[in-house]
Design a protein around this ligand. Structure first.
Ligand SMILES: [Zn+2]
Length: 81
């Protein structure tokens, strides 16, 4: 069972690393580098949540990304570092 302590705390660095990777953080499928999610996870998101992923890094992207993780069932929180 997931407990509060299992919430993944993601910094800008973590979010950038995930963005650059070719593995979907949510489901582990292959994704295109510099895309937030694999296409399957991406299309599960509400349109406004997808739009939040087009913000610039440092101007809301990381927060929008973490919110999209929560929407996809991954408990994560954005932490500033
Ligand atoms: Zn995925």
């Amino acid at each position: 069972m997931a407990e509060a302590t299992d919430i993944k705390k993601l910094s800008d660095f973590d979010v950038l690393t995930i963005l650059q990777s070719r593995e979907c953080f949510v489901c582990g499928s292959r994704k295109i580098a510099m895309r937030s999610h694999c296409s399957r996870c991406y299309y599960k998101l509400a349109p406004e949540s997808r739009n939040a992923l087009y913000q610039r890094f440092g101007a809301g992207y990381a927060e929008g990304y973490v919110a999209s993780l929560n929407e996809l069932g991954v408990e994560a929180a954005y932490v500033e570092q």
